[in-house]
Design a protein around this ligand. Structure first.
Ligand code: NCD
Length: 352
């Protein structure tokens, strides 16, 4: 057990105090918030992911990787729809030899019989060494970590694979890893303009990514959204506090010209309460082939996916479109994160 606060005391802690609870022996233990990652950690995990993907290029390399966590098991509890996050976590586990179990629909678990999700999580921890979750509820991953750290006999790590409208820390990891690779020979992540577009209010990926970009020097953020879908005040307060330059606007065309990276997102209409998404002409928040001539030559285009019409399919063949690479990068960076959580990141250097 790492701590013993009651849930009501725990949730009301300042974020800084809370983050310390998700660490053990000076290392990250549970992955709940993007704010848990600092620059040193990011540098370390980028290198580890690069090593894993280079070793994975050969048969012998893949067999070696599969031995690294062959004695471990993971549970994927994904009761909110997911394609890329689920697939990339599952394959990251398999690359490292972890055996996996999954629940993708709470109607197939005992929750349907009235079991609380706290009891379900404790049950999972009886069988596996790692729990990865995606859930509709904002605080679900955090509550799971709290339950396991305060109540359970076996406190296995929890990774948040997306919690409601709030956070998606491992998506932010793969996004920043993609940006780092793209700008490696172009001065790195620093000194660049990042344009985030779409439903910034309810999009958890942009919220989490903002925290990571804020770790880098002299970045400029432009949040482009329809009027009622602008970035939430808690994130803007964080940027103000950390003196990060940002602007909110609904003028996408103007922002395209000055962007070093454009991060498109879809409208999260599953969270609509009164069909609010239908009130806007979302066409103004789509990247079209005709925009490409105004985009800088070394700029990059990203999207966490799924996409609807935010990016015209014709854009895919442009070399600046990185969203398919982004999806694959997710598998490597998640493999690196999992290896780190099992304290076996140094084992990678045993490969000869
Ligand atoms: C995102 C998510 O689930 O938050 N997708 C993903 O994980 N790659 C974005 C979205 O659903 O729009």
């Amino acid at each position: 057990m790492h701590y013993n606060e009651e849930w009501s005391d725990f949730v009301s802690l300042d974020i800084e105090d809370k983050l310390a609870k998700f660490c053990l022996n000076n290392k990250l233990f549970d992955i709940i918030y993007a704010q848990q990652f600092d620059k040193n950690f990011l540098e370390e995990i980028f290198v580890l992911a690069d090593k894993i993907r280079s070793i994975a290029k050969t048969y012998n390399g893949l067999i070696f990787l599969r031995s690294l966590l062959a004695d471990k098991r993971a549970m994927l509890f994904f009761v909110q729809p997911s394609t890329r996050t689920f697939m990339s976590f599952l394959n990251a586990c398999h690359i490292l030899g972890l055996q996996t179990t999954e629940i993708r629909d709470s109607s197939t678990s005992s929750e349907i019989k009235g079991e609380s999700s706290e009891d379900s999580i404790q049950t999972f921890s009886s069988y596996v060494d790692l729990i990865i979750t995606r859930h509709f509820n904002e605080g679900f991953a955090e509550k799971s970590a709290w339950v396991l750290n305060t109540h359970a006999k076996r406190s296995v790590p929890v990774i948040n694979g997306g919690s409601g409208k709030d956070q998606h820390p491992t998506q932010a990891l793969l996004d920043i890893y993609t940006i780092n690779r793209a700008f490696k020979n172009l001065g790195g992540i620093e000194n660049k303009t990042y344009v985030m577009v779409g439903d910034l209010k309810r999009g958890r990926t942009v919220r989490s990514l903002t925290y990571l970009l804020a770790l880098y020097q002299n970045i400029n953020l432009i949040f482009v959204a329809p009027k009622n879908f602008t970035m939430q005040q808690d994130v803007l307060d964080f940027l103000d506090k950390n003196k990060i330059k940002y602007k909110t606007t609904d003028n996408f065309e103007e922002s395209i010209k000055i962007a070093d990276a454009i991060y498109m997102t879809r409208i999260q209409d599953e969270h609509d309460t009164e069909n609010e998404s239908t009130k806007y002409n979302l066409d103004n928040f789509c990247l079209k082939e005709s925009h490409l001539s105004t985009l800088k030559k070394d700029a990059i285009i990203m999207h966490p996916f799924p996409r609807r019409n935010e990016i015209e399919v014709m854009v895919d063949k442009d070399k600046r479109a990185l969203y398919w690479k982004q999806a694959r990068n997710g598998m490597w960076i998640r493999a690196a994160l999992i290896l780190y959580l099992f304290n076996r990141e140094h084992w990678i250097d045993n490969y000869i």
